[in-house]
Design a protein around this ligand. Structure first.
Ligand code: GLY
Length: 318
């Protein structure tokens, strides 16, 4: 059995490419890296890689991680600038014995030495978003921390190897140096080929409070189906946050076990995800969770068309 699951509609093309690799007996590491790179390279996704929205100093600082579920190797970069594919740098770092999580200048130095592609990741479109947001903030004093979609994936190959990976530009208008959950093991991602893996998207500051990806893997290890594990972990932690802090940030989790069974849960409206397995052609679903129970409906063609149209619509300076 092989399979791959990923947060958000934006991962659909990458999931399709990964499915081809996995179908032909390819490696879960190669498949997941290919899939995440596809998202990083697409300039119209404004929360991952090229075209990602900048921090408050108008710099694009990116976070990414890679984990191998056989060896438990982890590699991650945080607040890295000017490199095309942070996920590939993270994967390369996972092969090191130490120095597995590098930040900022140190991560850039490593990537440069290893010959990774340099790229100015700040697009003209992202600059317009930035200037528009600055005007909005001044006009209405709205909070700058809205809209953040990390790509997070879990993958299983025919040999039973599992991997997980994430990539994000983090919160729009974040402070320089701010790091979210995505490069943090157990929070943004976790995978163990003996059990399964999970990955998160949402407000990193809150996801980190519950190590929610690890919690889902733990529940799967206790025998829960990925869907039950996701529902239980998300509902419980959402409730905890609300009880203790009065509110819970956005939190959406995807998971797959080592049999290729998968699950998804969210505390927001309109969460989409992409999945492909040996028994399932690549497909985009929309998830709705009520009272801890989630239903996944295939996205309609109209929804899919509208998604691309709005992402690629001309952007005007306000
Ligand atoms: N979940 C991505 C972030 O908070 O940076």
């Amino acid at each position: 059995m092989w399979g791959i699951i990923a947060t958000w509609r934006m991962a659909a093309e990458g999931v399709g490419k990964a499915a081809e690799i996995l179908k032909n007996g390819g490696d879960a590491g190669d498949a997941i890296e290919t899939a995440v790179k596809e998202v990083e390279d697409f300039p119209y996704y404004k929360s991952v890689g090229y075209g990602g929205l900048p921090n408050e100093e108008m710099e694009v600082e990116l976070d990414a991680a890679y984990m191998d579920g056989d060896t438990l190797d982890i590699g991650a970069v945080a607040a890295i600038r000017d490199f095309a594919n942070p996920v590939s740098i993270a994967r390369r770092l996972s092969k090191e014995k130490v120095n597995n999580l590098l930040v900022g200048e140190g991560a850039e130095k490593f990537a440069h030495k290893e010959g990774f592609e340099r790229k100015n990741m700040l697009t003209d479109r992202a600059k317009i978003h930035y200037r528009n947001r600055v005007k909005e903030i001044t006009a209405q004093e709205i909070k700058p921390y809205a809209g953040h979609d990390t790509v997070g994936m879990v993958c299983l190959d025919e040999k039973g190897k599992m991997t997980s990976a994430t990539s994000t530009s983090g919160l729009f208008m974040k402070k320089k140096g701010r790091v979210g959950d995505s490069p943090i093991s157990g929070s943004g991602f976790y995978v163990d080929s003996k059990v399964g893996g999970a990955s998160a998207t949402g407000l990193g500051e809150d996801v980190m409070k519950g190590c929610v990806s690890y919690e889902i893997v733990r529940l799967m290890r206790d025998g829960l189906h990925p869907q039950e594990a996701c529902e239980k972990a998300v509902a419980m932690f959402d409730r905890e946050l609300k009880e203790r802090r009065g509110q819970a940030g956005d939190m959406s989790l995807i998971a797959m076990n080592n049999k290729g069974e998968w699950g998804v849960a969210t505390n927001i409206e309109g969460f989409s995800f992409a999945v492909a397995t040996e028994n399932q052609e690549p497909i985009v679903y929309l998830t709705k969770c009520v009272d801890g129970k989630c239903i996944h409906e295939p996205a309609s063609q109209e929804w899919l068309d509208d998604y691309m149209r709005t992402r690629m619509a001309p952007l005007e300076e306000k």
